[in-house]
Ligand binder design. Sequence first.
Ligand SMILES: NC(=O)c1ccc[n+]([C@@H]2O[C@H](COP(=O)([O-])OP(=O)(O)OC[C@H]3O[C@@H](n4cnc5c(N)ncnc54)[C@H](O)[C@@H]3O)[C@@H](O)[C@H]2O)c1
Length: 426
Amino acid sequence: MKISVVGLGFVGTVTGACFCELGHEVVGVDLDPGKVDLFARGRAPILEPHIDELLEDVWRSGRLRGTTDLIGAIAETELTFVCVGTLRNPDGTQDISAVENVVTKIGEAIAQKGTFHSVVIRSTVLPGTTRGRLMTLLAQTTGSVVGKGFGLANNPEFTREGSAVADFREPSRIVIGEIDPQTADRLVSIYAGIKSPVFRTAAETAETVKYADNSWHALKVVFANEVDAISRFAGVDGQAVMNIFCADTDLNISRAYLKPGFAFGGPCLPKDLSVLTAWCRSNNLDVPVLAHVAESNEGVIVRASSEILGSGLTRIAVLGLAYKAGVCDLRGSPIAVLVQRLREAGRSVRAFDPDVSRGRQLTTRHDYTDDALEGLGDVLVEDIGTLLEWAELVVVTSRASQYSAALSKLDPKHTVIDLTGGAEIA
Ligand SMILES: NC(=O)c1ccc[n+]([C@@H]2O[C@H](COP(=O)([O-])OP(=O)(O)OC[C@H]3O[C@@H](n4cnc5c(N)ncnc54)[C@H](O)[C@@H]3O)[C@@H](O)[C@H]2O)c1
């Protein structure tokens, strides 16, 4: 395919060189004639391992060019990657003026060209930007609509400076944020030489994945450093702690606990986190991320409570009451906390949790449930049929098998609020 790449910085240079290596014809465009001159001569305008050899190789193939003429580059190519910088304003908000300027010029160039052209946003932009502001600019400047005069997609860049060429050649995955199918098809075909999973998804999802990735990386660094600070204070080797931590690839470095759903709870996580952060506080050890985890978890309960109260419905059935499905333990259950708040707000709430009910039949002392049930009255019911007949609103906290029968009995008279986010609560 004939591809243009606008912005010959880290992302654009690597993107252009690597697509050329895959056999495509590439025109690199930048405002800076110095960068364009280097790129057009097969020399890298950035310092990055392997980029010099790669650019020289692809330049010899005759498929690589450089220009400052954006209009000409659009006329000669079928698909354009926008790789210009996105900045941060002093108040932290995003400045996408460079992307807006380029997209406006591309739209004008497409109008002059008069044939379908795909625009692919590779710069990092906030969720909704591609289909919102950028699509509007293209529609205004081309005088056409997406899918007709122009195509549009978001294709975030996940490579890291310092290993960008290797990351491009073997990415963990390729994310194609689709708006029109023709542009998404083109993207799938130009990546054909790379054997990595391709996720073809909505543009907004692709934009959000990019921010989720970078937030996660930042969070991991901060977490490791807070654990290190705690370790040092305790006279322990933080490297040893994190080495042993990382050796657990079942629960620690894994998919576990990474499914969106309801709040965490139980007898251990809330207690241990609160004891650890209280100990840090009393020793003037600043661990702001760990110290605010409980606050974030509380936010999940508050949002669920607002949604349920906002429904205006008063007879509420909750499927699940223990802190997770399959256990009979109500200690630290965020669902029990939610039920309590709904009752305090004047709602009539009943809960169905067969594991909690069976657990209470095992012994006469109910150490794992009495405290949480105190004040909740006869909240726990055992007959799901009667409960569903009574309820107006059903709150789903788990999709575990013990609730399958209940879920299959839901009918249109029930309003359903699903706190699982479609996932199991782990
Ligand atoms: N650097 C990274 O490792 C990395 C990784 C993933 C995503 N990103 C994102 O990709 C985008 C680009 O990042 P970068 O580090 O390559 O930026 P950069 O600053 O290195 O390069 C941007 C280039 O765009 C050019 N440019 C600006 N306006 C232009 C215009 N109107 N016409 C033509 N060229 C123009 C600049 O001259 C510059 O060469 C950003 O949104 C960034 O957040 C960067």
